[in-house]
Ligand binder design. Structure first.
Ligand code: TRP
Length: 333
């Protein structure tokens, strides 16, 4: 037992991970291992709220795990696992769905968003998604949940569930907080820099993947949308494209916006694009090479997710047992 605080997060294996996922999430996750007890999942159960092709789905998950590791999330120091390998998620998810109100779920902007974009498949799982996410978090008594702004409403709902549940049964769950890193990079689409870079709407050349080749990366930056001025200056409202390039460059080189403005003063956008492209290529090169190496070693990957599930189950089952007891289920052993 440690007295470290607990962190938990997960990413849906619904497509390849982007440069934005690395700079905005994985890079920060990797840095938390010494200070916190960290659990990082591949949320396969959430991903089936949209249709997946089974063979492709399996590949994406293994690739995602290989990339977690190659981005610096050491499986010896963190618990890496696949959500469905820990049945307690489904079990607590059901229980919590009985402590989540229909009206609360109706108000979730992600549900409204996803259901309006996919009217042929508005399934019950998509609707109760937040109860399962609450279970993910509460099983581990997580103190902090690193998420993007789009997930904050789900954390708020999780907190409401905790208050409701603890109000009836006593102190069962810890109240989790969203964890917004101090220097969280928010990376935008290279073609439409007012939209977040996202795997779900891959515009032509606007979204870069962690596993993209150096050639594709350079090509995408050469074509990146800027503006009709020539001055490299950070101004998100008036110069979203240039500001995004500066954000990416800063995240890859640790240079401040001021330093970047000086570096490119009088040089125009061509030099900026080439330099950002090269910085991204060099940042992703070791990550990509390591991911491909790990991916080729299926036995190693299997060892990682099996050990992760075992460790995660121990913590999760403790919480689940307590919950079952509190609500009056009869123990089976
Ligand atoms: N809903 C999250 C997303 O789409 C993924 C997720 C599922 C998650 N369970 C979680 C994130 C638990 C943090 C904690 O991005």
């Amino acid at each position: 037992m440690t007295d470290k605080k607990t962190i938990l997060s997960g990413i849906q294996p619904s497509g390849a991970m982007t440069l934005g996922t690395y700079l905005g999430a994985l890079k920060n996750w990797a840095a938390l291992a010494n200070e916190f007890d960290c659990y990082y999942m591949i949320v396969d159960m959430h991903a089936i709220t949209a249709r997946q092709t089974p063979s492709e789905f399996r590949k994406i998950q293994l690739s995602q795990l290989a990339q977690y590791i190659s981005c610096g999330i050491d499986p010896e120091k963190n618990t890496l696992f696949i959500q469905s390998h820990v049945p307690a998620h489904a079990q607590l998810g059901w229980v919590l769905s009985c402590y989540t109100m229909f009206g609360e779920l109706m108000r979730m902007t992600q549900f409204k968003d996803k259901s309006s974009k996919n009217e042929e498949n508005i399934n019950a799982g998509l609707f109760t998604y937040p109860s399962l996410m609450a279970a993910d978090i509460l099983l581990y008594q997580a103190d902090y949940v690193p998420v993007g702004a789009d997930q904050k409403q789900h954390i708020e709902l999780t907190r409401d569930i905790v208050v409701r549940f603890n109000g009836i049964y006593g102190d069962v769950f810890k109240l989790p907080e969203p964890y917004i890193p101090k220097v969280g990079a928010r990376i935008m689409d290279l073609q439409t820099p007012t939209n977040k870079m996202s795997k779900s709407d891959i515009s032509d050349g606007g979204c870069l993947l962690i596993l993209d080749s150096p050639e594709d990366i350079m090509k995408a930056f050469k074509r990146a949308v800027t503006d009709s001025e020539t001055q490299v200056r950070y101004d998100v409202d008036n110069k979203p494209g240039v500001s995004n390039l500066m954000q990416i460059y800063s995240a890859c080189t640790n240079k401040s916006f001021g330093e970047i403005e000086t570096e490119f003063s009088g040089q125009g956008y061509g030099a900026l694009k080439t330099n950002v492209g090269e910085a991204v290529v060099e940042t992703l090169r070791p990550i990509r090479e390591e991911a491909l190496r790990i991916l080729a070693d299926k036995a190693y990957l299997e060892g990682v997710y099996k050990k992760g599930a075992e460790k995660a189950s121990q913590t999760a089952n403790k919480t689940l047992k307590k919950v079952h007891k509190k609500i009056g289920f009869i123990p089976s052993d």
